[in-house]
Each structure stands twice: as structure tokens, then as C-alpha cells.
Design a protein around this ligand. Sequence first.
Ligand SMILES: C[S@@+](CC[C@H](N)C(=O)[O-])C[C@H]1O[C@@H](n2cnc3c(N)ncnc32)[C@H](O)[C@@H]1O
Length: 416
Amino acid sequence: MAKPILLHSAAELLQRILGEKIPADRQMEGYFRTHRDMGVRDRGFVAETVYGCLRERRWLEHIAGSALLLDVVAAYLLTHGYSARALEETGFRGDARGMVERARTLDKTTLPFAIQANLPDWLAERLRAQFGDAEALALALALNQPAPVDMRVNTLKAKRDEAQARLAQEGFPCEVTPWSPSGLRRRDRAPVFKTHCFKEGLFEVQDEGSQLLALMLEPRRQEMVVDFCAGAGGKTLHIGALMANTGTVYAFDVLAKRLEKLKPRLRRAGLNNVRMVTISHERDARVQRLEGKIDRVLVDAPCSGTGTLRRNPDIKWRDINLAELTDTQQRILAAAAGLLKPGGRLVYATCSLLKEENEDIVEKFLATHPEFHVVPASEILVRRHVPLSMTGDALRLLPHLHQTDGFYAVTLERKQ
Ligand SMILES: C[S@@+](CC[C@H](N)C(=O)[O-])C[C@H]1O[C@@H](n2cnc3c(N)ncnc32)[C@H](O)[C@@H]1O
């Protein structure tokens, strides 16, 4: 059984994650840095427990009959293989036996939707309205499962089967992903960062859904391309490789610290067609200088991140200012569109599930920009050898249907 102290560590870490705006993975790193006495196994136990509690918080509160974080941790352990007796032996003084009994006798289907779905009310209601009860529940259950480790093979350095063989030689056999032509997948959380393959730049860790966004842009050799919200450059790297390290990819972001993280990744990937540009806002002079000169723009817009709950379950418990986000998205999209040459293409993408950040943004943009039209996603997917069919014009990826994070992407073309 876990050491008593670890229950308290998990509750303390949960409190920090829920109380501060810092993402869970960074909080955890910081916590373990200041608790160096904790061994690898203990850290693993705490991390798994904390992530489990974040995923299943509402249901655990229900079982615990309490929102106290120590009770939530106890309810998690009791519903994941630990006995009431084992918990009592750690000195836990709550009602462990009552929790076990409630978990055993409860008919989950009688619970309110948001509790079954382990979502905050605001998100549960939006997903129900958008998808209907049955699909929203299937979606929520998939969002509450841990994600696999997906990798994108760097085609500048290796073919997918070569990278797959090298990883297997290093003790990490992987399967190929169903949609992305350069994707590999491990179902466990293997430390693939430690492999020679990674250090030599044969792959990057990237969700399979995210790999499809650069494909939607269809960048070509020698073109001028802008990755408007490049962050640490997950998609910039992919775009650079699709252009076979030719032409120019401008990686814009308002946060220099994020762009900084791209530098070692570019070196590892063997890319030198990328220019990093820190901008102060979307109308920055460094942006305006390129107006009308660019072939393709990717807008991977800042968003609620609701499609990534498999990896970031803490997001759902944070306050999200949707009005502020959608305003920023609208402004970025308009500024980014101004960069395109006639005939140029823009992909507007988010990792949000919410229609307000996706369809609504594009609809408003098209209403005020008649010089743009949509290129149907299915046409592009066929050309890029992605065996996915979409009903509408956009690419819409959902974890319960595609086993990827949730993504939305639409390709807009400026008329000649
Ligand atoms: C979804 S993240 C991008 C992730 C990145 N494309 C990747 O693949 O790793 C959105 C990014 O937009 C940036 N951002 C926010 N406001 C911006 C603005 N006005 N102009 C450009 N980038 C902005 C954020 O700093 C953040 O890095």
C-alpha cells in the first residue's frame, strides 16, 4: 500500500493545481523538484493519482460524499484497486468503507449528466447542446482516458518504417497510426525521449490529430509560409519538413519564451528554413511587412484547449473567458488573412471542441471577407493520402471517433 505521506502529497499537489493557473505538468515538475527525497516509484504513484483525480473529480466527489481533496484522493484509490483496510492502515480517517459501498451499489446512469461525464457544468451543457446526450457522453468518456504517445516521423531524416524499425531495435516497438502517413504510436507512456532515435531527430512527439493540421495546409517547396501562432513549433517543424527544408517558414508568436523552445527542436530536426519572429500583437509591423506576400498561413489559434483533456485534464477545472478568446481568434484570423497573396491558402485550426471557437469564427470571417472561400477538407485528405472522410467542409477530429485529441481545422483560399 502507498505510504501515508503520499496521500497527503497527492492532495497537496491537487490543491496547487486547482488553485493556481500554472498547468498541471509544470506544477508537478516544480513539486517534485522541491521534494527530492521522493523516489521514482513514489513520484509515479503521486502523478498517476493526481491525474486520475483530475480526470474523475466529479464522480469521485460523489463517491466520497465530500469535495475535500484528501477524500477525493481516497475515493480514487478505493475505486482503483485499493481496499478500505489498506487505506485505513495509512491512517486515513475518512469514511473509506462508506465510499466502497457507495461505489459498489451506485447506478452511474442515474447520476446527472455532468457527474457521469466528469465535466464542469458549463462544459457539459455546451457539449450536450452541440452533440446530443449520447454522443456528448461518449466524447466525455474518451476525453477522460489517458492519451497514447503519438510520434511524427521526421521525413527529412527517415521513412516511417525505418524510424519504426530503429525504435523497435531500441526496445520501443510502435504501431503505425491509422490517419497520419508519418505517425507512430505507443499505447504506454514509454520514455521515448531517451532514445537515440529522438536525439538524432528522427521523430517528435505529436498527437496524430495535430499531425493532420500541417497536411491541411499542403505547403510546397520554395514557398513563403507563416505559422502565425507557432508556440514551441510543433507544427512549424512539420511544415518545414513538408517543404523539404526549402523556402521560408516564419514562426510568429507573442511569447518569446515559447519560440525559444523551438531552437533545439530545429537543430535536432535538421531544419534551417525557419525564421522565428516574436511579435507584440497580430498587427505588429513585422507582420504587416509581409502583407500580400505569403503563399500559406497556418493559424493554430489560442483556444480553450477543450480537445486536449486526455493530456491536460486540469484545463476543465479552470475559468475560461470564452468571449475574450473568441475576440482574439477573430482578430488573429483577420490579420493572418491579410498576409496572403491572391490564390494563397490559410488554415484556421484549434484544439477546441466548442463551436464558438470554430464554426462561428469562420462563419463571421467569411461574412466579412467575400474574397475567401472554403476548400473542402475531404479533397485535401484524399490528396494527402489520409483515409478519413468528413461530412462537412472542415476537418473535425474527436477522441471517441478518431482516437486523437479533439481538433477543428478549415482551409480558406483567397480568390485570384
Ligand atoms: C495553440 S497554441 C500554438 C501551438 C503551436 N502551434 C504548436 O503546434 O505547438 C497558440 C499560440 O498562440 C500564441 N498567441 C496568442 N496570441 C497571439 C497573437 N495575438 N498573435 C500570435 N500568436 C498568439 C500563444 O502564445 C500560443 O503559443
